[in-house]
Design a protein around this ligand. Structure first.
Ligand code: PAF
Length: 272
């Protein structure tokens, strides 16, 4: 595996690649969720490129940019073990300039995460577009846990006619059900235990739906009931365009939950 820290190095390497490239953009602190994306990229492409860049523009003032876990040495080992060809770890100063052109997420995205974190998706799209422009991947891999992010990146690729396939990847969970997230490290023992109520309530919703329940209010009641001791930010049952729905459609529904544990926000979801 070769580590690239400058745009020039990446550009030089990229010019010489004529085969399929699988790209996994990350902010580091890699866990099994990222590993599953990298493995899929490894299976489906000749060359695998991973980026690690804690992108400042997607953090709002007062969010955890400074505290965000950085584990560069462990991450390098993981990428090496996963047979990544190139690991791109640029400096902030090389990725951004002053007064640059900005990408703006559509107004319709200012719901759920877009509402709770206004401006977050502008930053995500800005950096992903820059990374796509440098890596020029064939396939790019994103987890379904960040459902709105995945949807907006898919839309950006379509709207800007980028010749890149966006590959959605399944959520990876601990054996007890907790969805993997780099932010799980912030949880203390009690919060970690309580956080299990999120996946528990999603499983309960899935069970109700399997028993033919289609009424969204009844399903939400069940979810809120299980999570009553948590600080729930939102429970939303939406279609793939993130419009709230009143009836479950088995081919077009996502159930999303965000809950807070102290300063830590955890999100999880299931796609029907
Ligand atoms: O999902 C993430 O880790 C980030 O939002 C991404 C896509 C790497 C952009 O910084």
């Amino acid at each position: 595996m070769k580590i690239l820290t400058t745009i020039e190095e990446l550009r030089d390497i990229r010019k010489k690649i004529n085969s399929s490239i699988g790209f996994v953009p990350t902010m580091g602190a890699l866990h099994d969720g990222h590993i599953s994306l990298i493995k899929k990229a490894r299976e489906e492409n000749k060359i695998v490129i991973v980026s690690i860049f804690v992108n400042p523009t997607q953090f709002l003032p007062g969010e955890d940019l400074d505290a965000y876990p950085r584990k560069d040495e462990a991450d390098k080992k993981i990428c090496n073990m996963c047979k990544v060809d190139y690991l791109f770890m640029p400096q902030i100063s090389s990725m951004y300039t002053e007064n640059e052109i900005k990408v703006k997420a559509p107004n319709t995205s200012y719901v759920l995460e877009g509402f709770s974190r206004p401006g977050h998706f502008d930053g995500v799209l800005q950096i992903v577009l820059k990374l796509f422009g440098l890596v020029l991947p064939t396939n790019a891999y994103f987890g379904k846990k960040d459902a709105q992010q995945l949807s907006l990146i898919t839309q950006m690729v379509k709207d800007f006619f980028l010749p890149i396939n966006i590959i959605p990847c399944e959520i990876v969970r601990e054996t007890d059900g907790l969805a993997l997230s780099s932010r799980n490290v912030y949880l203390n023992k009690k919060q970690r235990e309580d956080a299990l109520l999120i996946s528990k309530s999603l499983y309960a919703a899935a069970t109700l739906i399997a028993k033919e329940q289609r009424d969204v209010e009844i399903i939400k009641d069940k979810i809120y009931d299980i999570m009553q001791k948590l600080e729930v930010e939102y429970v939303a049952i939406v279609d793939r365009e993130f419009n709230e729905v009143s009836k479950i459609d088995l081919n077009n529904t996502i159930i999303l939950i965000v809950a807070r544990f102290g300063n830590t926000r955890l999100l999880d979801n299931i796609w029907l």
